[in-house]
Design a protein around this ligand. Structure first.
Ligand SMILES: C[S@@+](CC[C@H](N)C(=O)[O-])C[C@H]1O[C@@H](n2cnc3c(N)ncnc32)[C@H](O)[C@@H]1O
Length: 260
């Protein structure tokens, strides 16, 4: 776990809102539109590509993540940017009688998820289209808000963090699983090269969609590092934000509490 005191990060949030992969967009709304386009186009192959891109590691990371979230029956839980429902499916095992909501920008991703979860016998999920920057929920609605591999795609990082805090109940907890910057600079260089060269090629071969995987890799390379994100969470009003690296720092789990 690590804690850091850093200067204000609002400039990083502003930069993030204008960056779509390697391109700078004319306005943040344009980024949101393009991100949605990416996930519309990958929805059908998303689950397969996750296995291929991460060599299956995402399954382990998600299991560890859900263990940290510790869902309980009766809790109100929001799986934000929940996509095809992987995390909700995993949370459902230990807590089948929690109240689950998946909220995502891209209805096509949720359509795949709905079908998958129904096939697995999971029906107690509300699927709601929405943007993390303007969540369609009342204040103090959830015991847990979780976001897995979603935050780096969100246009307005600072607004999304503020919205997550708003919809959490006092004392409720936020958990984020996301790619991060490896703490070792040399290892980060090798990892970036692997990502830049191999992943878009695989995306082209398997999903027939090289451009979308170019974006996904750039979004990983450009996402704020773990300490910076911790600091942004503190600025958004989370109590005791902290993080834990998994697999040597390829991904990090951040957590924070909404103060009472
Ligand atoms: C990489 S997928 C992650 C899906 C799932 N959480 C998982 O771990 O497999 C990212 C998801 O973020 C969603 N997303 C992107 N921008 C968003 C936003 N501003 N608000 C809500 N969801 C968003 C996309 O539609 C996509 O389904």
């Amino acid at each position: 776990m690590g804690l850091g005191i850093m200067p204000r990060k609002s400039n990083i949030a502003a930069q993030h809102a204008m960056q779509f992969g390697q391109q700078t967009v004319a306005a943040p709304m344009e980024k949101t539109r393009r991100v949605r386009g990416v996930f519309e186009s990958v929805a059908a192959k998303y689950d397969l590509m996750n296995d291929v891109m991460s060599l299956g590691w995402h399954r382990l990371w998600k299991r560890i993540f859900v263990g940290m979230v510790s869902p309980q029956n009766g809790m109100d839980i929001l799986d934000l940017a929940g996509g095809t429902g992987d995390i909700t499916k995993l949370m459902h095992r230990p807590a089948p009688r929690a109240n689950y909501t998946v909220c995502d920008l891209t209805p096509e991703m949720m359509a795949v998820g709905k079908k998958r979860l129904l096939n697995a016998g999971i029906a107690n999920v509300n699927w709601i289209a929405g943007d993390a920057a303007q969540l369609p929920f009342k204040n103090n609605s959830f015991d847990r808000v979780v976001i897995s591999f979603g935050l780096r795609n969100v246009t307005y990082l600072d607004r999304a963090l503020a919205e997550i805090r708003r919809v959490l109940k006092p004392g409720g907890k936020f958990y984020c699983l996301e790619f991060t910057t490896l703490p070792h600079a040399g290892a980060q260089k090798i990892y970036e090269t692997y990502n830049r060269v191999l992943i878009p090629q695989l995306g082209g071969m398997i999903a027939g969609n090289r451009a979308s995987y170019d974006y996904l890799i750039e979004s990983i390379n450009r996402f704020p590092d773990a300490l910076t994100l911790t600091d942004m969470m503190r600025e958004a009003g989370f109590h005791a934000p902290q993080y834990r690296y998994l697999t040597g720092g390829i991904v990090a789990v951040h957590e924070g509490i909404k103060p009472n």
